[in-house]
Design a protein around this ligand. Structure first.
Ligand code: PMP
Length: 427
């Protein structure tokens, strides 16, 4: 029988049936997206969901933002990729990033966040001549092999890890030290032992791929102190935290400045644009000359259409009360969720930061490390999110995945989310 539905056709020609960052979700295997607008998407069956998954975070302004769409269309008509020279748009975008992000002096534009973290690790190794990279349990930094590992290691085993994927060379795994987040003694001990061989520490200042852990400021400062002392490179992966939480990212919020910053997602409101920025001395090691310390040659770097998307996004973030709006809605959601859990006597924690929210089904204080998160009742989490789908609310039904609110969401959407939650949790 020839395939009939789009999802059946997809399964025949696309591995796993999806191209996006998400594998097919059990029970939602026939989800075919037909259109998006503002806070919502509609599937091919005509069912509309209020979207709090938001493609893991990019559309901070909401889907199909009119100014972003117009800027992309205009760029598409006026200027295409040439692969030589430079455009005024990309220079202005780099200037804008330098102005907004405290520690950034020079910028390399990329197409994805993964390229930004990959380049960061490569240049850190080139600059230091060292091998080891320190990262934190459960954290994700992109799909390249350099450190693209989800880690489920025991907290007492520094360096032990379960990679997210097979097919990664053992040398890569051996070159990665995995520490518990928010654990200053573990950082100090690791630097005392391996400091002279540590090229870089890479972290999300607020790890979002393990729920949404909040950092102790002293912890971030201890990383800055140890890397400075040992001559290692401190890399902030601000692919999520940059622009979504503040124009200058979490380095502006925390006051702790890294040497390199990876950016992506919200900077283009959903268009494929990322950036690596940092101290001039490190960034100068990038070159398109073969044999350079950090060779790069991305065909699409600085593509005029995505540069236009980033300009339109950054303009709106600076001229309209976007952050104020999403922070207000995010806070209302967290407060509302906590009230519902108390009222219904459900052991759960409403957690998150700014526009990001997530609920963990567990007793006790808010989690600070990945190990704490293992107390979350995954089946309850997934069951609750599945129930939300029946109410037209889309939060990804996969354990520990965070949700996002956008500028296009309204107070009425928040009320609807909370009513759906009350019903879903009661069930
Ligand atoms: N870093 C973090 C923290 C991310 O969450 C992601 C994507 N989920 C990446 C890097 C990789 O970005 P991209 O998917 O654009 O390659």
């Amino acid at each position: 029988m020839p395939p009939t539905s789009i999802s059946q056709r997809a399964a025949q020609v696309i591995p796993g049936g999806v191209n996006s960052g998400q594998r097919l979700i059990p029970g939602l295997t026939d989800l075919v997206i037909a259109s998006t607008e503002g806070a919502r998407f509609t599937d091919a069956k005509g069912r509309t969901y209020t979207d709090y998954h938001a493609a893991f975070g990019p559309p901070l302004l909401g889907h199909n933002d009119p100014e972003v769409a117009a800027a992309v269309a205009e760029a598409g008509r006026r200027i295409d990729l040439t692969g030589v020279g430079v455009t005024e748009g990309e220079v202005e975008l780099a200037e804008e990033i330098v102005r907004l992000v405290p520690s950034v002096e020079k910028v390399l534009l990329t197409s994805t966040g993964s390229e930004a973290t990959f380049h960061a690790l490569r240049v850190a190794r080139a600059a230091t001549g060292r091998r080891l990279v320190v990262k934190f349990q459960g954290c994700y930094h992109g799909w390249h092999d350099s450190v693209s590992l989800n880690v489920i290691s025991a907290p007492d085993k520094v360096g032990a890890q379960d990679p997210i994927s097979t097919g990664i060379l053992p040398e890569v795994l051996d070159a990665t030290l995995v520490l518990p987040f928010n654990d200053i003694p573990a950082v100090r001990q690791t630097f005392a032992e391996y400091g002279a061989d540590i090229a870089a520490v890479i972290l999300e200042p607020v790890p979002h791929n393990v729920g949404c852990l909040l950092p102790d400021l002293e912890f971030l400062q201890s990383l800055r102190d140890e890397t400075t002392k040992s001559g290692s490179v401190l890399i902030f992966d601000e692919v999520i935290t940059g622009f979504r939480h503040a124009l200058g990212g979490w380095q502006a919020i925390s006051g702790v400045t890294p040497d390199l910053t990876a950016m992506g997602k919200a900077i283009g409101n959903g268009y494929p644009v990322g950036a690596l920025g940092g101290r001039a001395e490190l960034m100068e090691l990038f070159s398109t000359t073969p044999g350079a310390p950090a060779f790069f040659a991305g065909t699409y770097n600085g593509h005029p259409s995505v540069v236009a998307a980033a300009h339109a996004t950054l303009r709106k973030l600076q001229t309209e009360p976007v952050h104020e709006h999403v922070f207000r809605l995010g806070a209302a959601i967290r407060t509302g969720l906590a009230e519902i859990f108390t009222e219904l006597g459900v052991p759960a924690v409403a957690h998150g930061y700014g526009s990001v929210f997530v609920s963990y089904f567990m007793d006790g204080p808010a989690p600070r490390t990945y190990t704490d998160l293992l107390r979350n009742d995954a089946s309850r989490f997934i069951g609750y999110r599945r129930r939300l789908l029946e109410h037209g609310v889309f939060e990804l039904p996969l354990n520990l995945k965070r949700s996002h609110v956008s500028y296009a969401h309204t107070d009425a959407d928040v009320d609807a989310l909370l009513s759906a939650t009350r019903a879903a949790v009661r069930d």
